[in-house]
Design a protein around this ligand. Structure first.
Ligand SMILES: Nc1nc2c(ncn2[C@@H]2O[C@H](COP(=O)(O)OP(=O)(O)O)[C@@H](O)[C@H]2O)c(=O)[nH]1
Ligand SMILES: [Mg+2]
Length: 350
């Protein structure tokens, strides 16, 4: 399960956005403590497959959201309370950067720049600690450490020039070195402009433009967090109707999930049966055995083959047997690269 860390200045609306996503009803007062919630990823394909197979259970993929306490000015240099906050963000796979865009005095561009500076200073701190450690190893004649020092110097130059680490291309070995200290500016980010109730449509382009200043692949969303948090307790149809009156056609959760999956390079495959119909997350580019391993390690270890039918083909045929009769079912081996929406039945022996 991937984890999205919610970063932002105090009062940007992080906790409100967290509540909009999770309906957890966390208190804004918070007392500097982190809020965690695991949220099922909305996926109507699971519901359709469940009906088709009269499944006893519908199980969705999950995403974890962490609402950390605010970043105080200077926290990147290790002052203040926020070592803990930065630590929590380092554990995240992706960041949602919340920026206040409600209220007459809001300056989203400046607030985002300040926040990115905080994250950059934090990364410079961990880079310099890693460089010191590597330099000591160089003195003992460690050749690998010399390459590490050179890499860390290059990374420092990138940050010094005001770019994020993610805006550069790094090879796998370099990323392995970075993984030791989980740089914040290397993480995929979705920039969330927290707008007033009626402000989402007008701010959509601004959100995208601001996201582009963070990373080339960052995504930008405009979300009326307070409105979405308020409708969270309503029955879904009523909530959707009210949101539509404010010009919001898709809620924040599916938008954030879509952005996170795209930036993290994930896709969804499905399994279906009487027991349960279920969505699973796997790396884009994963082959069938790796996908099988997402279900259970035994299925990867003992993988023989996968029976695969595309979701649309399965639903079009009406049942697994009908899809098979129509020649829509494929038998794939261990080199098959899993596609979005594949419905899979793994054959295995352990
Ligand atoms: N008017 C308005 N107030 C908001 C909005 N989002 C959050 N707030 C308020 O701003 C304050 C700070 O929000 P909170 O989510 O606790 O911010 P955090 O410090 O980033 O976690 C709270 O009183 C919220 O009710 C919004 O979209 N519009
Ligand atoms: Mg908060």
């Amino acid at each position: 399960m991937k984890q999205v860390g919610i970063a932002g200045a105090p009062y940007s609306g992080k906790t409100t956005f967290f509540n909009a996503l999770t309906h957890a009803g966390a208190s804004s007062a918070g007392g500097g403590k982190a809020n965690l919630a695991i949220v099922p990823v909305p996926d109507e394909r699971v519901d359709v497959l469940s009906r088709l197979h009269a499944s006893r259970k519908s199980v969705y993929a999950q995403l974890k959201f962490v609402d950390v306490a605010g970043l105080a000015k200077g926290s990147g240099a290790g002052e203040g309370l926020s070592g803990q906050t930065l630590g929590a963000l380092r554990e995240a796979d992706a960041l949602a950067v919340v920026v206040r865009a409600y209220g007459g005095d809001a300056d989203p561009a400046a607030e985002l720049a300040d926040l990115m500076l905080e994250l950059t200073l934090a990364d410079l701190g961990s880079l310099s600690a890693a460089a010191d450690k590597a330099s000591r190893k160089v003195r003992t004649g460690d050749k690998k450490a010399a390459a590490e020092v050179a890499l860390l110097e290059r990374a420092k130059a990138v940050l010094d020039s005001g770019r994020t680490l993610r805006s550069e291309a790094w090879d796998d070995d370099e990323l392995t070195v970075f993984r030791n200290f989980a740089p914040l500016t290397l993480k995929p980010a979705v920039v969330v402009l927290n707008v007033d109730d009626e402000g989402a449509a007008a701010a959509a382009d601004q959100a995208k433009a601001l996201a582009a200043t963070v990373h080339p692949d960052a995504e930008g969303l405009a979300v009326p967090a307070r409105l979405e948090a308020e409708v969270g307790g309503m029955p879904p149809e009523e909530a959707a109707e009210l949101l539509a009156e404010f010009g919001v056609t898709t809620g924040a959760l599916p938008l954030v999930v879509e952005s996170a999956y795209r930036m993290l390079g994930l896709l969804t495959f499905l399994t279906a049966g009487e027991d349960e119909s279920r969505a699973w997350e796997v790396r884009r580019g994963a082959k069938a055995p790796e996908a099988a391993g997402a279900i259970h390690s035994d299925l990867q270890r003992g993988f023989i083959r996968a029976e695969v039918v595309g979701y649309d083909d399965l639903v079009g045929a009406g049942s697994w047997d009908a899809a098979k009769a129509a020649g829509r079912l494929r038998v794939e081996g261990k080199d098959y690269v899993v596609a979005e929406g594949d419905v899979m039945n793994i054959r295995f022996a352990v």
